[in-house]
Design a protein around this ligand. Structure first.
Ligand code: NDP
Ligand code: 8X3
Length: 252
């Protein structure tokens, strides 16, 4: 059987682009997300285009029991996952700490931190018997710096940074590689989600400079995954040329 990549958050942006890249490389895919219509459409398109097989896992990474049941229900041959891309994540709101919405905080921490942990626990246990595998965690510049009003989102991505380092230590003797990919500004649905559907506000985030696109990140992930067995890229910070720090952007 071909190699297998399991990608969370595969219905949009970076995750969808990774699905295309891995499919193009002949991987079979396990795609996880909540929006069924998109999942079905993407899977159908990739199976047709690249003659690969795809398992669709309709699940919310925050819902531990459902998620576990859905993943554990996969046939045994589909649990031989070579690459896990922990990509599902989001930001909600951009407010000072005294005015933040506690539901937004729960959503971010439950998805970006706890969801990533639940998926990792399940899949690392599938990788251990094979003594190989590669876990890619999608962090962020927000996991390296803290910016105004980014408080809880930045904390969630700092947690991903710490967890990446912890996983690398804990999985070392099992031959499992762990990499953090930390993008700066990538134009996806990220800002529309952060601003809860306010497309005009989202568009302004990427105005007057050239942001990264999802394919730039998928391309970097493929570079990392395609290194020889003895080489691991621990950490990659990828910025648009026009972005120097989380907040300093050359908009001309
Ligand atoms: P998108 O909003 O375009 O994609 C997010 C994906 O995550 C969607 O497929 C969504 O699918 C999925 N997702 C969200 N919540 C859940 C959940 N609870 N359970 C399962 N899937 C979920 O954003 P990006 O592609 O930009 O974001 C991908 C990752 O990249 C995130 O972790 C983000 O924090 C990170 N990132 C993004 C940057 C950017 O500038 N865009 C920069 C740095 C990091 P569905 O709604 O169908 O479940
Ligand atoms: C997403 C990029 O700059 O909005 O992680 O934090 S940013």
């Amino acid at each position: 059987m071909s190699k297998i990549a399991l990608i969370t958050g595969a219905t949009s942006g970076i995750g969808e682009s990774c699905a295309h890249t891995f499919a193009q490389q002949g991987y079979n895919l396990v795609l996880v997300a909540r929006r069924e219509d998109r999942l079905v459409k993407i899977a159908h398109h990739l199976e047709d285009k690249y003659a690969i097989s795809i398992k669709k896992v309709l699940a919310d990474v925050r819902e531990k029991d459902n998620l576990t049941a859905a993943l554990e229900a996969l046939p045994a041959e589909w649990k031989k996952v070579d690459v896990l891309v922990n990509n599902a994540g989001l930001s909600q709101g951009l407010d000072p700490i005294d005015r933040g919405d506690t539901n937004d905080w729960d959503t971010m921490l439950d998805t970006n931190v706890k969801g990533l942990l639940y998926v990792t626990k399940i899949v690392s246990n599938w990788m251990i018997p094979n003594q190989s595998g590669h876990i890619i965690n999608i962090g962020s510049i927000a996991g390296k710096e803290v910016y105004p009003n980014g408080n809880v989102y930045c904390a969630s991505k700092h947690a991903v940074d710490a967890l990446t380092k912890g996983m690398r230590i804990d999985l070392l003797t099992h031959g499992i590689k762990v990499t953090a990919i930390n993008p700066g500004m990538v134009e996806t649905e990220f800002s529309v989600v952060r601003f809860k559907g306010d497309e005009d506000r989202a568009k302004k985030v990427y105005e007057n400079f050239e942001p990264l696109i999802a394919d730039d990140i998928a391309d970097a992930i493929w570079y990392v995954v395609s290194r020889p067995k003895h080489v691991n890229i621990n950490d990659m910070l990828i910025m648009p040329t026009a972005q120097a720090t989380a907040t300093i952007v050359n908009r001309g």
